[in-house]
Design a binder for this molecule. Structure first.
Ligand SMILES: [Cu+2]
Length: 256
């Protein structure tokens, strides 16, 4: 039977580094269930113990028992462990341990209402210079027509193709408002702030069935719901074939 992308629990994991994130999510759910059940039982206990029938007169004395305080302290300690012990190390490792650019695929993602412009650097491996004054319907990325590096760049709208088992460095930018780049099967979510270039990276560990969703996880306007891209993970050969097709077949992608 084919594994489903979305089941009753976390989406399929095709990422090489999502294990720790899944662990954190699972532990959070365990603690949430404990808290929910604990406080639920306490609530029902109070409903019986302090019912009006058995307690006709209200008590105005201070609370003497220390247990509530200890429970609160325990909750704080557990949350601090999750944040400092689990969450922060995973995050800082992800943010500081970037793979080598030379053996990574590099793409630039320019988000706009309501699409993902995914720019590949072309054969030369260099991205062309971009500036907002060049943006037009023929030049969605705003590539500088005089920059040689940009001549072979191509823009794949909403279609992100990546090879399996190779790190991918993505530079995220926005043309207009705050968007958020989310790939559930990669356990990857990063807000995109206008005026900033934010680098993230990921690596696919398996090809998986067909395509995966890229979603905008930040309400960015009326068309937010249709800001949906597609991630395709391929073997190195299939990826190269796709690149060649894009580079040759769509020569006039940018007609300045
Ligand atoms: Cu958006």
């Amino acid at each position: 039977m084919e594994e489903k992308v979305y089941g009753y629990w976390l989406p399929m994991n095709v990422s090489a580094h999502a294990e720790e994130i899944d662990q954190l999510i699972n532990w959070l759910h365990v603690f949430m269930v404990l808290l929910f059940v604990g406080w639920g039982v306490f609530f029902i206990y109070c409903l019986f113990k302090y019912r009006a029938g058995a307690n006709p007169n209200a008590t105005h004395a201070d609370v003497k028992a220390k247990s509530a305080k200890y429970v609160e302290i325990a909750v704080c300690v557990v949350e601090a462990i999750l944040l400092i012990g689990v969450s922060m190390p995973v995050w800082s490792e992800f943010k500081s341990d970037f793979p080598d650019e030379s053996d990574s695929v590099r793409v630039q993602v320019l988000a706009e209402q309501f699409a993902w412009n995914i720019q590949y650097p072309g054969k030369d491996g260099k991205f062309g210079r971009r500036a907002s004054e060049y943006i037009s319907t023929d030049n969605l990325l705003g590539l500088d027509p005089n920059d040689e590096n940009g001549k072979d760049d191509f823009n794949s709208i909403n279609q992100l193709h990546i090879p399996v088992n190779k790190p991918v460095i993505i530079t995220l930018m926005s043309k207009d408002v705050i968007h958020s780049f989310k790939i559930p099967v990669m356990r990857l979510t990063q807000d995109i702030i206008p005026g900033q270039s934010i680098r993230i990276w990921m690596e696919a560990a398996k090809i998986g069935p067909g395509h995966f969703d890229i979603a905008c996880a930040q309400l960015c306007g009326l068309g937010h719901y249709r800001m949906r891209g597609q991630l395709t993970i391929e073997t190195a050969d299939a990826y190269q074939k796709w690149l060649d097709e894009q580079e040759s077949g769509e020569e006039d992608e940018f007609s300045f």
